[in-house]
Design a protein. Structure first.
Length: 527
């Protein structure tokens, strides 16, 4: 059976597909029944035209109807929870109870409902009014469909349908063209069925959500640079992301990328003495969480070597040595990790712990910890910062704070950077030197906690300087900030009241919406 695509407001067979694929069960290493088409440009061209056609109607639908659709999608996912969890577990090998049901699905429905609340509140539009000049502006839809290409490691929360980028784009009143990740097409299909049902119930344009499963890299570049596209969002590897960015930039089209990060963790001398073994346990748990397939996994740990390390070295090495092989998302992940291991060896890093034979069926990898002196790291800092997507981490042993500072200065842009310091203040001077260097090189700076776990909070920044993402000023997690990526600034000069968007009229449309009126944030109506 070859599954249908959702294009132009209906489920239909793919037009002239260039092939088909099956997802694999990573726990057993066998194909999962059911084929999915690899779309030709014919499907994408129709999706672009339908999305562009739906954009004006969606923009005029109003925030309350869009909010209703987001709430209905959250409820629809909850009704389909058993089917979703069964399919996602089969396609990804992730634990059903501890991960998918108790953590990721609630996070996904929660961010949908947060976006719905932001739609109703409307403050996210940043309505700004100058009454003297009668110039008014607000954020509004970007003017075309948003292409969303999701990753494999979060089958719900970052799914191309229902995940963070999808939620932000639709909440900002933009149609979405979703591309499923080849690892989880069945999960995405179920989520798209829920989304299509929610659209119908809310009276929104049927083409406001479309789904294709796969297409060629050439067509991907053509999609993100097409005149009808509004913007694109991509989460995945650096090479693919840079290819898409080049095409989109050349055409002047916005694209938001999450590409790679090694998330350095600095453990200062006082913290080592106080609680080295406790920190080691936290780091091991973070490095191996989800088989290391988190974008915020600590891939680099920098510490001051010596007898006063509080047992960190011994404790973390013992944990890696005792770790079983993890199920990873696919054969490609195993190959990438094997290549990463060989790269670290060639660069002069030594295997410190782990890395035994990966026993069992399917796609598995045993966690590995490498170690290198800071002086060696500093000879080839760019090569040592290539991300390994899985449970491979590198410990950098520094002689003193000076070497730790030099490592910090050599870092690329990261999603996160972490510093563990002493509670008694003995590390404050070292922290004061490190903090300005790390602040410029990361999106989220943490103290005394591991970076895995991205809370869906309005204050969250899941972004960072290049090459962690394509732009340091935006986040892919956190409502309403994530919505602003898919918005344009709409300005009105001397426009009559009845012709203005409700958010910019003298009367506050909700009575609760915050607006910047003559330089003052207020909820009051004008006059």
């Amino acid at each position: 059976m070859t599954h249908q695509v959702l294009v132009g407001g209906r489920w239909r067979d793919a037009k002239d597909p260039v092939g088909a694929f099956t997802a694999n069960d990573p726990a057993q290493g066998v194909p999962i029944p059911g084929e999915y088409p690899i779309s030709s440009w014919l499907d994408l061209a129709e999706a672009l035209a339908a999305g562009a056609g739906a954009a004006p109607a969606l923009a005029q639908a109003g925030p309350d109807r869009i909010a209703g659709c987001l709430d209905a999608l959250a409820a629809g996912l909850e009704r389909r929870a058993d089917a979703l969890i069964d399919m996602a577990r089969l396609e990804t090998g992730l634990p059903a109870a501890s991960r998918l049901r108790s953590s990721e699905l609630p996070r996904t429905t929660g961010q949908l409902r947060q976006a719905a609340a932001a739609c109703r509140d409307r403050s996210w539009t940043r309505a700004t009014i100058d009454t003297k000049l009668d110039i008014r502006s607000k954020l509004g839809p970007i003017g075309g469909p948003v292409a969303v290409m999701g990753p494999s490691n979060f089958p719900f929360a970052f799914n191309a349908v229902g995940g963070g980028d999808f939620v932000a784009a639709l909440a900002a009143a933009n149609p979405v063209i979703a591309k499923a990740n080849p690892q989880s097409p069945g999960t995405t299909r179920i989520m798209a069925e829920a989304a299509f049902e929610a659209l119908s119930a809310s009276g929104l344009p049927a083409a406001a959500v479309q789904l294709v499963y796969h297409f060629s890299p050439e067509d991907a570049r053509k999609l993100v640079s097409h005149p009808l596209i509004g913007a694109s969002a991509f989460t995945g590897g650096r090479a693919a992301g840079l290819g898409l960015k080049e095409a989109a930039d050349r055409a002047g089209k916005p694209i938001y990328l999450e590409m790679s990060s090694i998330n350095p963790v600095f453990v200062l001398a006082g913290a080592l003495k106080e609680r080295g073994r406790d920190i080691a346990a936290e780091l091991f748990a973070s490095c191996t969480l989800g088989a290391g397939q988190f974008c915020t996994k600590p891939g680099l740990v920098i510490y001051q070597e010596g007898p006063g390390d509080g047992g960190l070295s011994e404790a973390i090495e013992a944990a890696f040595n005792g770790a079983p092989a993890d199920i990873v998302l696919g054969r490609g992940v195993v190959r990438g990790l094997e290549a990463g291991v060989e790269r670290l060896k060639k660069l002069g890093a030594e295997l410190a712990a782990g890395r035994g034979e990966a026993e069992g069926p399917g796609f598995r990898f045993r966690p590995a910890l490498f170690r290198v002196p800071a002086a060696r790291f500093l000879k080839s800092p760019a090569e040592f910062q290539v991300e390994s997507f899985g449970a491979v981490s590198l410990a950098v042993a520094a002689k003193d704070v000076g070497e730790m500072t030099a490592v910090a200065a050599a870092l690329e842009g990261q999603l996160t950077a972490t510093v563990f310091s002493a509670r008694d203040g003995s590390d404050d001077a070292a922290y004061a030197v490190l903090e300005p260097l790390l602040r410029r090189r990361c999106g989220r700076l943490l103290n005394d906690k591991v970076p895995t776990g991205v809370a869906v909070s309005p204050a969250m920044n899941h972004g960072g300087p290049f090459p962690a993402t394509g732009h340091p000023g935006f986040t892919s997690v956190g409502i309403p900030a994530a919505m602003t990526r898919f918005a344009a600034l709409h300005c009105y000069d001397n426009v009559r009241q009845d012709r203005l968007p409700f958010e910019l009229r003298n009367e506050n449309p909700t009575g609760r919406m915050w607006r910047l009126v003559d330089g003052e944030w207020t909820q009051r109506s004008i006059g």
